[in-house]
Structure formats: C-alpha cells, structure tokens
Design a protein around this ligand. Structure first.
Ligand code: SF4
Length: 315
C-alpha cells in the first residue's frame, strides 16, 4: 500500500493549494473505484531482466534505484511498489548484475535512473552512476526527480556532487511539476542548482483531474517552466493505475484542453501530449481537435488496437 509522506515544506504548500493537497494526501475513497485499471500498466515487471533493471525498448534501459521518495504522489504509476523501501532496496550483487546485463547488451546506449526518486538516495546514486558512466557504450544519462516540488531543500551539495559524476555523457534531468503553485521561490532555487550540473532540465506532467485539467492552469504551468529554463517535455494521459482512478480525466476533455494550449502557447512551451500504451508498447501522441479522429480507440507502436481507459472518477 502506498504510504503517505509530506515534508514540512510540502505540508505548507498543501494547506495553501487544494490541487497540491489532492496530489499528495489520500482521500477516503482512494482505491475504491472499479474501473478496468492495472497494478502495473506499463508492464515493467514483465520487462525486468535483472532486479532493478527494466529493459523494454532496445537502446535504453530503466534503473529503479530506490522505492523511496520525499513525498508520495497518489497517482504514481508505480504505486504497487513505491514507498516499500525495504523491498526495493538494491544489494551490491543486484548492482553488479545490472552492470553485467548492460555490458552484455551493447545496444543499450541510454540509462534512465528512476524509482522512487533516485535523488533521495545520493550516496547510492553516486555509487551506481560511477559504475555506468565508465561504460563506453553509454551515451546518455537521464535522472528523474521530483525533489524541486516535494522537498527543494534536499537539492543539496551531496546530491549535486553525485550528479557531477556524469561528465562524459550529457545529463538530462527529468523533473515533474504538475501545477504552477509548485513553482515557489524555493523550487526555483533548487532548479537553478540543478541547472549548474545538468545539460538540460525537462519536465514531465500528467493530466490529473482536480489538479491541472484546466487550460489556464496548464498554460501558466508550461509558460512558467520555460521562463525558469525547463522545457516541457511530455504531458501524459494518466496511466490506468489501480488506486489512481479518480485522477483520470475524460479523454475528450484532455484533447479539448490541449487543442487550446497548442493555439495559445509557443512551440517551446508545448510538451508532447501522449498516452503511454497500457501494454508497454510506446508513448502514442494523441491527435488534437484540428483533425477528425476516433476518441475511443488507438493503435500502439506495434499496430495493436487499444481502447482508451476512462475512469469512473469522482473527486
Ligand atoms: S515522486 Fe515519482 S516515483 Fe515518487 S511517488 Fe511521485 S511519481 Fe511516484
């Protein structure tokens, strides 16, 4: 079961902003929907080739470094295991096995460190990064972190020193802002520090009912992100995750909102709006209302027909 955790900083923010509260504080009804959702919508367990390493797409692999986060988002795609820190703890042998697997697969050129939030375990992050940056096959490193939102004070020297290990490869930091009220002066400070050690900061957001399913909110979010030097990268349709049903926005509404955003914002501020196909077969860009298209069905990268999952959601 997904734990609840809030830093004092975030607790203050949740008191000020109901949308942020909704992201992090469970409701009474959490997990009581009966929509056709999945524990593991991105079929990561099936693609786990050695403990902690998911290899789903040929040239890149995902490393789940920890199940720890500074705060636990109620809509998390990995809520089946995130916050179970003991179960997610990697041993030295697990790390060696991951290195061995990557070496045996020279087609892997890019590594994404995620979890949990790998930035919450800087000692481990440094140790593992040191092993992988040495491999000549690795051309790109990505590290995902929600710390600028969940606890900006944790963006400290120790973390920055861990990230500085990446010298030969470009380091892309994948941050995760969902609402403009998350862009506080503390968050901006944390972002500035990260910008000193990373090649680029990219933002991933999710359409979330009751949080950001609104043209004005997303318009402000993406505009502000560009102003602080973060490129909005992906806007996802919420994965059909068991326990996160109430966050799913009706698909037609998302398309309507995003069509308005595309009209209003500069290309730099517009992320790619995608559905992460709930069978692990790719991030499918959703068409907008500039076209006539089927709002109920789509195809994954393999041509398989899929139906859009709608939540029976309530707030
Ligand atoms: S910070 Fe990321 S991994 Fe942690 S709960 Fe939030 S979405 Fe999940």
């Amino acid at each position: 079961m997904l734990a609840t955790r809030l830093s004092p900083y975030l607790e203050k923010l949740t008191r000020k902003c109901p949308a942020i509260q909704r992201e992090f504080v469970p409701t009474k009804n959490e997990g009581q929907d009966e929509t056709s959702t999945f524990d593991d919508p991105l079929v990561e367990e099936q693609h786990t080739v050695t403990r902690g390493l998911v290899h789903k797409y040929g040239n890149r692999a995902l490393i789940l470094l920890t199940m720890n986060c500074a705060a636990y988002c109620r809509f998390c795609t990995r809520r089946r295991k995130v916050s179970d820190i003991e179960k997610g703890r990697l041993s030295d042998q697990d790390i060696e096995n991951m290195v061995k697997y990557v070496k045996a697969h020279p087609e892997i050129k890019e590594l994404l460190f995620s979890g949990g939030d790998p930035s919450t375990v800087p000692v481990l992050l440094k140790k593992v990064l040191q092993k992988f940056v040495k491999l000549p096959q690795i051309k790109i490193i990505r590290v995902a972190s929600r710390l600028p939102v969940s606890n900006p004070a944790m963006v400290n020297k120790q973390l920055l020193n861990a990230l500085k290990v990446v010298k030969k490869q470009p380091l892309y930091l994948m941050v995760h802002f969902e609402h403009p009220a998350e862009i506080t002066s503390e968050a901006v400070e944390a972002v500035k520090k990260l910008q000193k050690v990373a090649t680029m900061l990219l933002n991933q957001s999710i359409f979330l009912k009751g949080v950001n399913d609104d043209v004005e909110i997303l318009s402000e979010l993406f505009s502000r992100l560009v102003e602080i030097g973060i490129k909005p990268y992906y806007l996802y349709r919420c994965d059909p995750v068991k326990g996160a049903e109430s966050f799913i926005v009706p698909f037609k509404r998302e398309v309507e909102i995003f069509t308005q955003l595309r009209k209003r914002l500069s290309g730099l501020a517009v992320p790619t709006y995608v559905i992460d196909a709930p069978n692990g077969a790719g991030k499918i860009p959703a068409p907008l209302n500039f076209w006539n298209f089927d709002h109920e069905n789509y195809q994954d990268f393999n041509g398989k027909k899929l139906r859009v999952v709608e939540g029976e959601s309530h707030l």
